[in-house]
Ligand binder design. Sequence first.
Ligand code: ATP
Length: 900
Amino acid sequence: MSKTNASYHAQSGDEVLQALSSRSSGLTDDEVSARLQQYGPNKLPQAPQTGTFTRFIKQFANLLVIVLIVAGVLTALLQHWIDSFVIFGVVIVNAIIGVIQEGKAEKAMDSIRNMLALKAAVIRNGKRRTLEGDSLVPGDIVLLEAGDKVPADLRLLRSHGLAIQESLLTGESLPVEKHTKAVSEDAGLGDRECLAFSGTSVTAGQGMGVVIATGATTEIGRIGGLLSDVQKLTTPLVEQMDVLAKWITGIILAIAVVLLLVGTWILEQPFTELFLAVVGLSVAAIPEGLPAVLTITLAVGVQSMAKRNAIVRVLPAIETLGSVSVICSDKTGTFTRNEMMVVSAVTQDAHFEVDGEGYAPVGDILLDGEPTAPQQHSVLRDMARLSALCNDAEIHSKSGQWGIEGDPMEAALLSFAGKVTMPDGGDFRHDWPRTDVLPFDSARQFMATLNHNHNGTGLVLVKGAPEVILKRCGSVLSGDGSHSDLVPEAWLDKAEALARQGQRVLALAGKLVSAEHTVLAAQDVDNGLCLLGLVGLIDPPRQEAIEAVKTCRAARIQVKMITGDHAVTAQAIGKQLGLAHGSVLTGTQLDALSDDELKQAVQSTDIFARTTPEHKLRLVMALQSLGLTVSMTGDGVNDAPSLKRADAGVAMGLKGSEAAKEAAEVVLADDNFASIAAAVEQGRTVYANIKKVVSWTLPTNAGEALTIIVAMLAGLPYPITPVQILWVNMITAVTLGMALAFEPTDKDTMKKPPRPRGQALIQPALVWQIMLVGSLFFLAVFSIYQYAIEAGHEVEYARTQAMNMLVGLEIFYLFFIRTMHRRSISLSGIRGTRVVWSAVGFVVIAQLAICYIPVLQTVFGTRAPDITDNLLIVLTGIVMLIVLEMEKVIRLNVYARVKK
Ligand code: ATP
């Protein structure tokens, strides 16, 4: 093991196994833990993380902060110590909020990354297991198949049509065919065809290899490959809002400079006061907290989606999910439970029913409703042998519970084989080792193996979709061992009868070959097979998928099932799921349609059967051409193009290949259709919350700005000082705005139609709201200030009340925004959420502190207000809520009428 990786390619597989003290049955647990100690986990070094201090410093590289710092320095030069102190205080608090927000965003991204950790199929203690990629050690035996990402550097020991795309290392974009023969010592990386390199992708075939290097010692580790880059938590919409915030900042600063110049040179007002007013205006009008709050909204969204088993790989998908108008999903495992069981076996002479539970290989075989001894039916035993050999799965029992490894359908076939061969449990895999394989491929819809027994007899065994297998059969096996002529139509009818009961049907066939026949080619299974019979498997729909289909339909989202299964099976399952249109379009029918015809057909069809991944791509494009936002699921390596093309590609986390996961925007942790519906609901929630944050922030800023501008133009004393505005914006507004990021899903979220694709966030309605609320804020703040002055209070008292009014109205407005699209004055509206009330509690306490604590009174220039005056603020808040509510009712009614 001390050898460099460089020489393994020049040695034979056996030599490498020996050098690594390994064997094809894999390492033992003790060996693994010793090696894990010695070599460490199979992880690439992590990109260096930015420290908290650096992150804190980085917060100052921001236009607004620089403006504030300049203002702070100038106020200090003008010897307005307190103002300067507050400005610097705000700058620091702002930076702290920035650091916290980035930390939260990073945590959200980290949790996603951990959920997307690479898995590897290995053989340890002679058994196949699926493990986290980072637990691999040198000497481990790894299995590869199309769609996998190679988890460590491997010396291949077996290769069946294995092809690997290695552009990551060699720059060569075409896949390289791999074999197991040693190559010359000085072969370059790209020519070491007996090695598979960590991080590269298997594009075709199957293979097995022994791990020769892990972690940083792999080829990718040596060239300094790091863990995937940290993604920035943002989406197009949030970026748009960032740009908007920057524009507002720029415009306000330009206005401020003009006002300063005009005020000083033309109106000849005192510079100091003007300067402070201009600083106040800038701070008031600029939505400084907005970007931070929006990032938190996204982080909260990413986390709540992950909690509901949808892992967002590509962040803009959060937004897209919210506007999805059609969800296309696979059937097996997504709509159904993927807990399969063979329930029927049909031979030339009989129709057997199979009993049992789960994957336990125990259960009765029934003939005409009565248990029968399977030994009496030789064809059944042949079917069992085929089921066990033409199969890559394993079943195992752990404290009485039967678990599986590999494809559930194949596991079900193993348990069927166990039931048939009871009690001797025919040790087929020992007696008939596999010589070669044509792995299952959803395009050809069958799998074939070549097995030889110890006397050299060769058997080609094939299982797959009945239509595909029957075409290749010349005869059928009878109970007495004789071969008779096959009538394909009769068998297709038998298959359809099983499918009509929702069963997934497989045909099993085989033929004998000579001992010398050791390579299985596609043409070996083209014809001349002998049919053994059919098996029917059940895979019931998931209860939660039935509910989710209902939810989607209420949300006016179309649901389409796109499956490789038989049309009749798909139709039976579709009916149980409650899909809208019961008719089925098969892959062959689809091929016969032109693009225009397909565009018509997709509108009235919800079930597509016997499809291949290429059909999925056409369907996505047809749906998109109808202006729909499409979500498409996939698991296989060939699904990558349609996942990429879909607006929201969704890959299966459990049974999906790495290739599908990499092409998808979202990965489902539980492969469940209900999780897609939940992700859409979360997507809608995030969008609604972003809208709430923006709708709450912009009008409050507008109200503050209006107050200062009017006072300035009218030459009146400012009803609220710049320092107070800074306080309101940075501390109270960010706290309240942040509460909106945590808003739970509204109960009506999935009762509304999807938002049109690409709809702008800032609609005329929002502009109107900014004007209306801004004016109401301005009116109330000015009025209370004037009222206090007229009541004979000093200016500081009046300003305190003006500031309190501003904060009070912000709180009331928050309750209004929370229920933007329905009645706000309701019990549930007032009850709010814990987050909302905590934010309100914090703000009220903070506000009381700066009004009543003497030191803070000095800092913020406040006076202790009377209780009655405080009540007046609450009363004004209630009046504002009523006014806004009335305006909403009128507006919604007018809107509804116009829409009619
Ligand atoms: P979905 O696309 O909804 O997941 P599916 O699993 O039925 O459905 P495919 O995996 O493309 O779709 O399978 C298509 C057909 O190929 C199946 O109906 C079955 O007849 C056959 N098939 C599936 N898996 C295997 C396998 N491991 N070996 C042999 N044949 C298979």
